[in-house]
Design a protein around this ligand. Structure first.
Ligand SMILES: [Zn+2]
Ligand SMILES: [Zn+2]
Length: 374
């Protein structure tokens, strides 16, 4: 092949590869972008599951539906609701053909944790023809109405990060049904109040009282699927700390909840995995969180685990590197996958992030389909 011929073919190929993504990115309402690039296991194809995340229902609408965050109605979908509906529609049309058995929703269902946003999000997820498993995100955690930046407009804010309790109550029928959809369902910390002395509160004037404490409902639970079994472990690392002054809601980071003030997600996850890992084949443990296990390389650095938290997690995971195969997350609104490594560059599992159904940040309206082989 001549040199300039090679270059023109390369350019045409590049255009063919990138153009659909580009069109998907700029074209609101385009068909969802389905990503099959990551798989689990090896051998013969058995079944699949889908991951969708970060719908941010109510985004761009500071006062979604009724006034305040404790609003009861369930009205319009809004732009982000419509995109979530589109993702759900694709799954409903394709789950039989694709052998998709269930859907994982990775958090940030709402944009500011308003009850109306969460209800609308659930109303849309409830139209899925197959079971779905939701985990809470930071945008669901501390309910408020109005813009996130206080100086941008009026709003009403909850006194503490009570989104987890609202989430537990809202999805109570969903979780009640999930017990019958999966083997070895374990409710973990999901439905029990755990005292959280690290949680902030705000006073009458909106001033933050750090570590005032409250009960948290850490959304940690697990189940099995497949034969041989894959063990899916969900862990809630969403901070209950308030955003910096001048802003509403929680800040965007993760917490381990492992201190003298709270024994929550990290102690639970460690105990759970230590107690169950040997029941499963190698690589058959799957962790799901809203926050991705990255070394803070994203443009939104400091918005997931801190360096020391990451070090704690990955060092510990190295003890189970044969058992823990995959870690799924959303949050950064990026569609990407990588080997999760300790700071000593030892690979502990595969990290898989899924882009948001709402689109943006260079992600088309993503749906990830994971094909499982055994
Ligand atoms: Zn998000
Ligand atoms: Zn998030």
């Amino acid at each position: 092949m001549k040199r300039n011929q090679f270059f023109s073919i390369t350019i045409v190929l590049l255009l063919l590869i990138t153009l659909p993504n580009f069109l998907g990115f700029i074209g609101a309402g385009n068909p969802s972008n389905v990503d099959y690039s990551e798989t689990m296991g090896s051998g013969n194809f058995q079944w699949a599951f889908a991951v969708i995340t970060d719908s941010h229902v109510g985004g761009g609408i500071p006062e979604f539906d009724g006034i305040g965050w404790d609003d009861g109605a369930s009205g319009i979908d809004g732009t982000n609701g419509a995109y979530l509906r589109e993702a759900v529609g694709w799954i409903n049309c394709n789950h039989v053909k694709e052998n998709i058995k269930f859907v994982i929703f990775g958090g940030d269902l709402a944009d500011s944790g308003e009850k109306s946003e969460l209800r609308k999000g659930k109303e849309i997820l409830d139209t899925l023809a197959i079971p779905y498993v939701p985990i809470i995100g930071n945008h669901d955690m501390w309910p408020y109405s109005g813009p996130s930046k206080k100086s941008d407009g009026e709003g009403i804010e909850a006194k503490h990060a009570r989104g987890d309790e609202i989430w537990k109550d809202l999805f109570s029928n969903t979780f009640a049904n999930l017990r019958y959809s999966f083997m070895n369902w374990n409710d973990g910390l999901r439905a029990v109040p755990t005292w959280n002395g690290e949680a902030d509160k705000i006073d009458e004037n909106g001033n933050v009282i750090e570590d005032a404490g409250c009960y948290s409902f850490f959304q940690c639970f697990s189940f099995d699927y497949g034969n041989p079994s894959w063990h899916f472990v969900f862990a809630d690392f969403g901070t209950r700390d308030h955003a910096p002054s001048g802003y509403r809601g929680v800040h965007g980071g993760a917490d381990l909840f492992d201190s003298a003030k709270v024994q929550g997600t990290w102690p639970w996850l460690k105990n759970h995995i230590a107690g169950t890992a040997n029941n499963y084949k190698d690589d058959h443990l799957v962790i799901i969180t809203h926050f991705p296990p990255t070394k803070l390389d994203a443009p939104w650095g400091q918005m997931s685990f801190s360096f020391s938290e990451y070090d704690t997690i990955t060092r510990w995971m190295a003890n189970f590197q044969n058992k823990i195969g995959y870690w799924f997350a959303g949050h950064y609104h990026m569609e990407r996958a990588y080997d999760v490594e300790t700071y000593g560059s030892r690979t502990v599992c595969r990290g898989i992030e899924t882009g948001p159904t709402m689109g943006g940040h260079g992600c088309a309206h993503c749906i990830r389909v994971i094909r499982v082989y055994d």
